[in-house]
Design a binder for this molecule. Structure first.
Ligand code: PEP
Length: 257
């Protein structure tokens, strides 16, 4: 059985005080590892250490929103995998649509980041997803295939064991437009079949596939009950404990065998 996973992507939000307040409140609400749900928060780089300290000993672990793929050295403004591990990160989000679209990250660059993270023992949350135009043009599955193929280039069976996939339709991120349960399940099933063909049935069955895109307390339960939805990557609703906690609770109750 796949453990559910709920991760909060704080994006470029919070300041030091609000980051620690949010992390502390969450740690208080999730004081120990939950029986069936993993919980992570991914604050901005400057607050990783402070948030890491605030959640120490709780059921919440630390993740980062990005990384650079080279060894530490002359890369002004970048952050190495070793640094993320050093401050306690247990996950890194890669391939987020905001980085693909705004920062023009290609699948090729994302794959380098994925490989560098995995080589150093830092598990990856890999985001893939189509735009509204691509969906309307009937290209959703081919876009997902291309992103999976490109972003996971060179990742072997052992490596994929350290990857969680997040299906995040671009049109649903931060828009309040959530994918329907049917749209989400169909994309997740497609991604699972892709994993089966590219790797093997065991990998397909074991890999967690999260849904992301305007997940809220109101829609979390029905999404998380879909057979191939193993959790949620949450943006806006992860910035308030009162919004994030019900999503974690929904993941707990949506547990399936
Ligand atoms: C995200 O940024 O990964 C995300 C899913 O954002 P939101 O929940 O705000 O749509």
């Amino acid at each position: 059985m796949r453990r559910k996973f709920v991760a909060g992507n704080w994006k470029m939000n919070t300041l030091s005080r609000s980051a620690v307040e949010l992390a502390s409140a969450l740690a208080k609400a999730v004081p120990a590892r939950l029986p069936a749900v993993d919980v992570a928060v991914c604050p901005p780089f400057p607050y990783l250490s402070a948030v890491g300290a605030a959640i120490t000993g709780s059921g919440v672990v630390l993740g980062a929103q990005n990384v650079w793929h080279e060894k530490p050295g002359a890369f002004t403004g970048e952050v190495a995998v070793e640094m993320l591990l050093d401050v306690g990160c247990r996950w890194v989000i890669l391939g987020h649509s905001e980085r693909r679209q705004v920062l023009k990250e290609t699948d090729e660059l994302i794959s380098r980041k994925v490989l560098a993270s995995l080589a150093n023992g830092l598990p990856v949350i890999l985001c893939v997803g189509e735009t509204l135009d691509q969906r309307k043009a009937g290209q959703t599955e081919s876009v997902l295939d291309g992103q999976m193929q490109g972003s996971l280039a060179g990742v072997d069976v052992q490596g994929i064991g350290q990857v969680v996939v997040a299906y995040e339709p671009v049109w649903a991120i931060g828009t309040g437009m959530t994918a329907s349960t049917e749209q989400a399940e169909s994309a997740h099933l497609h991604l699972r079949r892709w994993l089966e063909i590219r790797y093997n049935p065991g990998v397909a069955a074991a890999t967690r596939i999260l849904y992301g895109g305007s997940v809220k307390a109101q829609n979390a339960q029905s999404l998380l009950e879909q057979p191939d939805v193993d959790g949620a990557l949450v943006g806006g609703a992860s910035l308030k404990v009162d919004d994030f906690l019900p999503i974690i609770r929904a993941a707990e109750t949506a547990r399936k065998s």
